[in-house]
Design a protein. Sequence first.
Length: 246
Amino acid sequence: MSGHSKWANIKNKKAKTDAAKGKIFTKLGRELAVAAKAGADPATNSKLADVIAKAKAANMPNDNITRSIKKAAGELGNVNYEVKIYEGYGIGGSAVIIKTLTDNVNRTVGEVRHIFDKYAGNMGTSGSVSYMFENKGVIIVERTLDLDEDAMMEMALEAGADDVIVEDDIYEIRTQPGDFSAVRKYLEEKNIAFEEADILMIPNDKIDLNADQLVTFGKMLDAFEDNDDVQDVYHNVNLPDEEEEI
């Protein structure tokens, strides 16, 4: 159960400023509130439990999590958010998938298309690039002296995970999407802390861009990240080391 980790390139670079972190918390808050509309008790709402784990891994304060869940019965009661996924090509033929959560599809699709166009890309049709990716549950756990490789692998196998990729400082646990909640819950019960926990779209292969293309591609990623409706961005580009940090 080993191999080369693709984790560093799966998602956009980690927020490095308080402002960016605040935006991430806002997006997570919306995701929590929407999940909670199906039930505010994570014990009976596995989707909400998954999003809570994702929020905690992002160091979202417990008070923020609680407030977001309460919003489901309050101000979001009459607002219908939809998950919409858009696919397209960035510069250099790169493949990009944008996951959004929106209450105005016309606004969101226009903004997503504009960002693609502005940075030498173009929005494609459904299925145009998603075949290059695979849905996987991904749980990132810090590798410590108290949690050695054998113990982590044994726990992950018992939990029902597919694979554990061992890095210098992390364990990357892979699951089938349908097994993600059960694996996450099992590890939580073993008091395992997560650096990241989510169902992601992982590229089957990655491509390299030249220096100029990487600048344009990075600006496109930043523009998507700054958009309030965009929840997640997936792509198949090898990014420079400074943007691979998680």
